[in-house]
Design a protein. Structure first.
Length: 303
């Protein structure tokens, strides 16, 4: 009863808060993987401001319980609304979307919300062999949301699903100077192990010719995957689709910014609950952003 009453109180509070067209868009992930989605959002929405939060202290979500992921997601969403007054929220994490998107929508009914899910439907249109691979975290693969999506499409193609334990964490660690070399070796080992376990990749009958990247972290190892699988295998991620959906929702709510932010407004802020140097290195490496845009998240989010 107390929990339900608290949820109703939160709902009433946020229903009374008006959304501001000049406010930033919030983007968060369990770590640095969501930077791949942020990159697509920046490209599609050049006049918008963004606040990105990497919950790297608790990464990867794919190896945590659903209850833990839901709690973290709701906590971060409340922080982004209360402290940064965001006008929309992009949950740039497959595991967090699967665990918490319904709870988020219930608590924030007026806030434009965009989640991510593995691009199984687009893969159907691209595959010529009808054999589609999916790599994702254990949390995504084991979620009810993913199970329903997969069940709805299994009659149309043969899906080979592989949970890639440890891969997202290794990608996180690859941005840390003292762990980069060992992490890169681990990435190469894991990619080879998991793709070999899935079967044959190629364009022949029965070959997997399309691979869905079911975790936003995996976009940052596309080059390694292409070297491993060959140029004929198509790799699918969700960044561009998420950016298009965000643009549609903002336009529908009259919240789309068509002019560049005022020169006094900070166009980008990046926060992390984990290692600040790791976020700085990742933002510079993958988005070309200067390290001074990155900062440590408040202590209230560290626990």
């Amino acid at each position: 009863m107390a929990k339900a009453h608290r949820h109703r109180r939160v709902q009433r509070h946020w229903r009374q808060r008006r959304l501001n067209v000049n406010a930033p868009i919030g983007v968060f992930d369990s770590g640095i993987g969501g930077l791949s989605v942020l990159r697509a959002l920046q490209k599609a929405l050049p006049h918008e401001r963004f606040v990105y939060l990497a919950d790297s202290a608790h990464a990867p979500y794919g190896e945590k319980t659903e209850a833990f992921v839901t709690q973290r997601t709701l906590t971060i969403a409340l922080h982004l609304r209360a402290q940064h007054h965001i006008k929309a929220l992009v949950v740039a994490c497959n595991t967090a979307t699967a665990a918490a998107i319904h709870a988020l929508r219930a608590l924030h009914p007026q806030l434009p919300l965009v989640g991510v899910e593995p691009a199984l439907k687009p893969a159907l249109a691209l595959s010529r062999t009808g054999h589609i691979g999916v790599i994702a975290t254990r949390g995504t693969v084991g979620s009810d949301k993913f199970a329903r999506l997969l069940a709805s499409l299994q009659a149309e193609a043969h899906f080979v699903v592989q949970a890639c334990n440890g891969l997202a964490l290794a990608i996180e660690q690859s941005t840390l100077p003292d762990q980069a070399r060992a992490a890169q070796d681990q990435i190469s080992h894991l990619l080879q192990t998991y793709t070999q376990a899935m079967g044959r990749f190629g364009t022949g009958p029965g070959d997997i010719d399309t691979l869905v990247l079911g975790c936003t972290h995996y976009v940052f190892v596309e080059d390694e995957l292409r070297q491993l699988l060959g140029p004929d295998v198509q790799l699918l991620s969700t960044g561009e689709a998420v950016a298009r959906q965000t643009q549609r929702l903002l336009a529908a709510a009259d919240l789309l910014n068509t002019q560049a932010p005022h020169e006094t407004a900070q166009p980008m802020r990046l926060l992390t609950t984990g290692d600040l140097q790791g976020l700085q290195a990742a933002a510079q490496r993958w988005l070309g952003l200067p390290p001074e845009l990155c900062e440590a998240a408040p202590a209230t989010l560290q626990a």
